[in-house]
Design a protein around this ligand. Structure first.
Ligand SMILES: [Zn+2]
Length: 128
């Protein structure tokens, strides 16, 4: 039985994943670097307001056509169409959280659907 007055020390790790659609014109101009730099500094200030320290932050880029990244035609979630790109992100950098930000999906009757909208019988359906 735990004593009521005993405090257990813990560390809370919070993750924030986000995405932004861009193109080579914006990335090559440097405008996106400037935008993300400003966002990063504002996030640090916001985190500090709540006493939270930012441990890591980074941005990685993926070719939309190369990886078959699409919006689900039913729920609009961002997905990687695994019927068009069976290997997914492969050994790309920063892949450890990509399955949270970009879920799997596939084709069904001419539509691109995410794993949550595909039926269970589909290869990439969430519970298949
Ligand atoms: Zn969906």
């Amino acid at each position: 039985m735990l004593k009521n007055d005993k405090k257990m020390k813990q560390i809370a790790i919070t993750k924030t994943l986000s995405y932004y659609f861009t193109d080579s014109t914006e990335t090559n101009s440097g405008a996106l670097d400037e935008k993300f730099e400003k966002l990063h500094h504002e996030m640090i200030e916001l985190f500090e307001k709540y006493g939270v320290q930012m441990a890591e932050s980074g941005t990685s880029y993926y070719g939309i056509e190369k990886f078959s990244i699409e919006h689900c035609e039913s729920c609009e979630k961002v997905m990687i169409n695994r019927d068009k790109n069976p290997s997914g992100f492969g050994n790309s950098e920063y892949t450890y959280d990509l399955d949270i930000a970009i879920i799997n999906g596939g084709d069904l009757n001419g539509k691109s659907l995410c794993e949550e909208c595909l039926p269970i019988t589909h290869r990439w359906g969430l519970h298949s």
